[in-house]
Design a protein around this ligand. Structure first.
Ligand SMILES: *[C@@H]1O[C@H](CO)[C@@H](O)[C@H](O)[C@H]1NC(C)=O
Ligand SMILES: *[C@@H]1O[C@H](CO)[C@@H](O)[C@H](O)[C@H]1NC(C)=O
Length: 500
């Protein structure tokens, strides 16, 4: 018994050596990268939003160019791009939450105008937007605005939680847009959440309460006329799991977002160097229904033999965001197949490594949803592109079937066919032996070189490791928490966005 695991481990080592290597490499690089505590720059503490002038400044930053000029002139203007629409009023508005009608200000002599918009940052996605209730904005309407029932002394920010469910979409289309749109209000704002999804609002309670000191208004429960000194309808969106610091309201970056998450969840570890390095913690994101690792135990054995402590993150562990964030925050490496669970990289320390296992035909979404954003979060990214033999599809269809040989032809038949084959049906048998041998020559040497001379980092063979004993067969679809949510989203994945 001694021999088999030993040779397995030795031959399997290169792949993870690569990880280790980049771990070490990273620590160095990171210290040269973007300073991460630049996020207080614009509003010093003393300039609290106490009066309309301050409020004006805060609201103006949400627009640029012509729309900013229009806002100054008329007290109301909108920004529009391919992803989203954001309308801003820096004068008093009335919002009738029973009809979601916003009575916006207007100037003398201005013609009445009415527009309808959907406050969700996925304007270019019909499937998502079909789930978002429109908000009507009236300017200079012939109908007199109704009387105020509630008077607020902070502006309203209106957004919908009606789009896609699932961890990825929640962060991508709600939480990050919320952060980049409202962070500079310094919690002096009131959220009005349309298509109110209790699961989302509860799950991200810590985040929402860090962005607003006021209770969230759910129009479905509070249909009334609310008056505000100003309002924002809709959220800015920059890119998938990304913030462009040069775009309004400029300043924040994904590193600032991560700092904000650490503040919200009381996470301690900002940088990899703050973790215990003698036995780095690796988190293996375990999927159970689709894109599962069929030989997960073998992978875990190897990882442990290499000297990692291994956490196998089962879906049920992710249901409690706060607890799970703490676990992820102590990890040096995350390994997982492409899927919404990888969104948890937002909690990894800077300098950590994401290894995304990219299955057959999953290159495009893997790159666009996680590969490209990872460096913006201060992470190192390694793509583990599976060989056809590592995909479960090959034993089902055989090597010559179009599903294996010509994924483009499956995609051409329509998204549902693509999704069924590659996202739903596909699982993996990770070849911990051969695949790793491929990189042996190039990485083995480097791997043995340990800059810290800390041999404990690469303990030769502390084997005899079993799995982690967790055989729970929790319900896990694409979205980690979806199974515990009251959402009616059958496709709580990236559905309509994977078409390319
Ligand atoms: C950020 O936005 C600016 C202005 O729109 C654009 O020129 C630039 O390419 C964007 N950067 C990234 C990384 O997308
Ligand atoms: C989800 O999809 C399945 C099969 O596609 C269907 O039978 C089921 O009714 C759907 N559930 C919901 C809630 O839409």
């Amino acid at each position: 018994m001694e021999k088999a695991p030993r040779s397995l481990v030795l031959r399997a080592t290169p792949f993870f050596c690569l990880l280790l290597l980049s771990l070490l490499y990273t620590v160095e690089i990171r210290s040269r990268q973007v300073p991460s505590n630049q996020w207080k720059k614009t509003y010093p503490v003393e300039s609290r939003i106490q009066d309309q002038n301050h409020l004006d400044l805060v609201l103006e930053r949400l627009l640029e160019g012509d729309s900013q000029i229009l806002l100054e002139a008329n007290g109301f203007a909108c920004h529009s791009d391919i992803h989203t629409e954001v309308c801003v009023s820096n004068r008093p508005v009335r919002i009738d939450t029973s009809t979601m009608t916003v009575y916006a200000p207007f100037s003398e002599g201005m013609l009445g105008a009415s527009r309808t918009m959907s406050p969700y940052a996925r304007k270019d996605d019909e499937v998502a937007m079909a789930r978002v209730s429109p908000v009507q904005i009236l300017q200079g309407s012939v109908i007199a605005p109704p009387a105020c029932r509630y008077n607020h002394d902070v502006p309203a920010v209106v957004f919908s939680t009606g789009g896609f469910a699932g961890m990825f979409h929640e962060f991508n289309e709600v939480i990050i847009p919320l952060f980049l749109t409202t962070r500079h209000f310094q919690s002096r704002l009131s959220f009005i959440v349309t298509d109110y999804r209790p699961s989302l609002v509860d799950k991200f309670d810590k985040i929402i309460s860090h962005l607003s000191s006021y209770e969230v208004i759910n129009p479905a429960e509070n249909g009334n006329v609310h008056c505000f000194p100003g309002a924002v309808v809709g959220l800015h969106f920059h890119d998938n799991l990304a913030i462009n610091t040069t775009v309004v309201p400029e300043g924040d970056s994904m590193l600032d977002f991560k700092q904000f998450l650490r503040d919200s969840y009381n996470l301690k570890i900002q940088e990899l160097s703050q973790t215990q390095t003698e036995k780095p913690l690796l988190i293996l994101v375990s999927r159970e229904k689709s894109r599962a690792f069929l030989n997960e135990h073998e992978m875990v054995t190897m990882m442990k033999a290499l000297g990692f402590r291994v956490v196998v993150a089962k879906p049920h562990m992710m249901a409690n965001t706060e607890n799970f964030a703490k676990i992820v925050n102590s990890c040096s490496v995350m390994v997982g197949a492409h899927g919404a669970g990888l969104t948890n990289i937002v909690f990894l320390p800077e300098g950590a490594v994401l290894v995304q296992v990219v299955g057959l035909a999953l290159e495009w979404p893997s790159t666009h949803y996680f590969g490209t954003p990872a460096p913006g979060m201060g992470l190192n990214y390694i793509e583990y592109k599976t060989e056809p033999e590592e995909s479960s599809l090959i034993s089902r269809y055989g090597r010559d079937h179009p599903v294996i040989a010509d994924p483009a032809s499956i995609n051409a038949k329509g998204y549902q066919f693509y999704r069924a084959a590659y996202l739903i049906e596909q699982s993996f048998n990770i070849d911990v032996v051969s695949h790793c041998v491929m990189v042996l020559d190039s990485s083995w040497t480097c791997c043995k070189k340990n800059p810290d001379g800390d041999e404990g980092y690469y303990p030769a063979l502390s084997t005899g490791m079993e799995g982690d004993g967790d055989d729970d067969d929790g319900d896990y679809d694409y979205a980690p928490a979806a199974s515990t949510e009251d959402d009616d989203d059958n496709d709580s994945g990236f559905d309509s966005t994977l078409a390319a």
